[in-house]
Ligand binder design. Structure first.
Ligand SMILES: [Zn+2]
Length: 157
């Protein structure tokens, strides 16, 4: 059986306007915040929304030293087994406010799930940075829509 293993990076841009996300705020009110349940909840939410529920996806909090340089996460998958593993940088290696950390972690989840959506597309060294760029833009748009639904302001931007 062929193992479709592909590790991709996630260069996460800091959100210009880091929306105070209600759930994140709730988690951050606890001084000994455990990010794992938050991340798993967000994974379940976005996995469903992106219709990737046939996949069995796990998240592993990963020390920065175990991630590829200049990345905050990564994903590998086995297409035949429908198994995927997402790495999210360990909270110990984040040096930002708790809510911003959780925002970033959610972004990493969405980013990596979009890579999974694109798993069937052909890949090459040349397509990698173009894919990174597109995946970042799509992830940003999805999260923005989720956090600031157009209906709330009646404006489509
Ligand atoms: Zn990526």
């Amino acid at each position: 059986m062929k193992l479709g293993l592909l590790a991709l990076c996630s260069l996460v841009p800091a959100f210009a306007q880091s929306t105070s996300f209600a759930r994140a705020a709730e988690f951050c009110s606890d001084p000994g915040v455990d990010a794992k349940p938050f991340v798993e909840e967000r994974l379940a939410f976005w996995q469903k929304r992106l219709q990737l529920t046939e996949w069995n996806i796990s998240v592993v909090m990963t020390p920065r030293s175990a991630l590829k340089a200049r990345t905050l996460g990564g994903i590998h998958w086995d297409k035949d087994k429908k198994l995927a593993g997402i790495s999210v940088m360990d909270p110990a290696d984040y040096h930002v406010a708790c809510e911003q950390m959780l925002d970033d972690m959610e972004f990493t989840i969405v980013h990596e799930l979009i890579h999974l959506e694109l798993a069937s597309l052909p890949k090459s060294e040349a397509s990698r940075s173009t894919e990174e760029h597109a995946v970042n833009r799509i992830a940003e748009a999805l999260i923005k829509l989720h956090r600031e639904p157009a209906g709330r302001t009646g404006q489509l931007q």
